[in-house]
Design a protein around this ligand. Structure first.
Ligand SMILES: Cc1cc2nc3c(=O)[nH]c(=O)nc-3n(C[C@H](O)[C@H](O)[C@H](O)COP(=O)(O)O)c2cc1C
Length: 219
C-alpha cells in the first residue's frame, strides 16, 4: 500500500472580487455558449488545442486515474473518413434506430444525417473514455470523470472564444476503429472545434432553459 504524502494546498486562485461577482461573470461567459453546427474553416492553432486539453485534464477523476484520452484530428482525409462513417450511422439512426419520440424531441433542433461540419471545422476532438488504464489497471467512475473533463473542455473552448458541438453519432464504435485506438478506449464524444461560420444560425429552441427555481432547491 502506498502511503499518502501531503503538501500545502498552495496559492489559491483569486478572482479579485467577491464570489457572487466572479460567478456572475463566469456565467455571462458560459451563457453565450451555443452548440454550433455551422463552422468556418478558419484555422485554430495546435497550441490552442493543447491548452484546452490541459484545461480538461485539470478535472477531478475517480482515484485520480484520469480515464480520458483526447485525440485531435486535423488531417482533412481523416476528417472526411470520420464524416463518411458518422453519416452512415446517422442515416440508420434517423431512418430506423431512433424511436418516434426521440425524433419528435430532436425535430425543433433541425438536426439530420448530414454532418458537413465534420469536414469544415479545423479540429475534431474525439474524447475517449478509458475502461482500464494503459497497463491494465482499473479505472473508477470513468463515465463521471470523462463527463467532467469534457465539460471543462467545452468551458475552456468557450473562454478561448471558440465554438464547439457535443456530437454523439450513435453508435460511436467506428471512431475507435478508424483512429486505431486500443481496446481500453471507448469513444465518448466527438467535438468539432473552431469558429462559427459567418452565417451561422442556431435553433431558437435550445435557448429554452429551465428556470433556476426548477433547477436548484435549497433545503
Ligand atoms: C450528451 C450530448 C449529446 C449530444 N448529441 C448531439 C448530437 O449528436 N448532434 C447534435 O447536433 N447535437 C447534440 N447535442 C447538442 C444538444 O442538442 C444541445 O446541447 C442542446 O440542444 C442545447 O443547445 P445548446 O448546446 O446550444 O445550449 C448533444 C448534447 C449532449 C450534452
Amino acid at each position: 500500500m502506498e502511503e499518502p504524502v501531503y503538501v500545502p494546498l498552495g496559492e489559491r486562485y483569486d478572482p479579485g472580487c467577491a464570489p457572487e461577482e466572479a460567478a456572475e461573470r463566469f456565467h455571462a461567459m458560459l451563457a453565450k455558449r451555443r452548440s454550433v453546427r455551422m463552422f468556418s474553416d478558419r484555422a485554430v492553432s495546435r497550441e490552442t488545442v493543447e491548452w484546452l486539453v490541459r484545461c480538461a485534464a485539470t478535472a477531478p477523476s475517480g482515484a485520480n486515474k484520469q480515464p480520458w484520452r483526447f485525440v485531435a484530428v486535423g488531417d482533412p482525409a481523416t476528417k472526411a473518413r470520420i464524416r463518411a462513417a458518422a453519416e452512415e450511422e446517422e442515416r440508420a439512426f434517423y431512418a430506423r434506430r431512433a424511436s418516434e419520440s426521440w425524433l419528435e424531441d430532436l425535430a425543433p433542433l433541425g438536426t439530420d444525417e448530414v454532418k458537413a461540419y465534420l469536414e469544415v471545422a479545423p479540429w475534431l476532438i474525439v474524447v475517449f473514455r478509458m475502461t482500464a488504464t494503459d497497463d491494465g489497471g482499473r479505472t473508477y467512475y470513468s463515465d463521471e470523470s470523462v463527463g467532467i473533463a469534457t465539460g471543462m473542455f467545452l468551458a475552456a473552448a468557450q473562454a478561448a472564444g471558440l465554438a464547439t458541438l457535443t456530437h454523439t453519432p450513435s453508435p460511436m464504435k467506428f471512431l475507435a476503429e478508424l483512429l486505431e485506438r486500443p481496446a481500453n478506449e471507448r469513444a465518448y464524444m466527438l467535438i468539432p472545434l473552431g469558429y462559427p461560420a459567418d452565417d451561422c444560425v442556431v435553433p431558437e429552441h435550445a435557448l429554452d432553459r429551465r428556470p433556476l427555481d426548477d433547477t436548484l432547491l435549497f433545503v
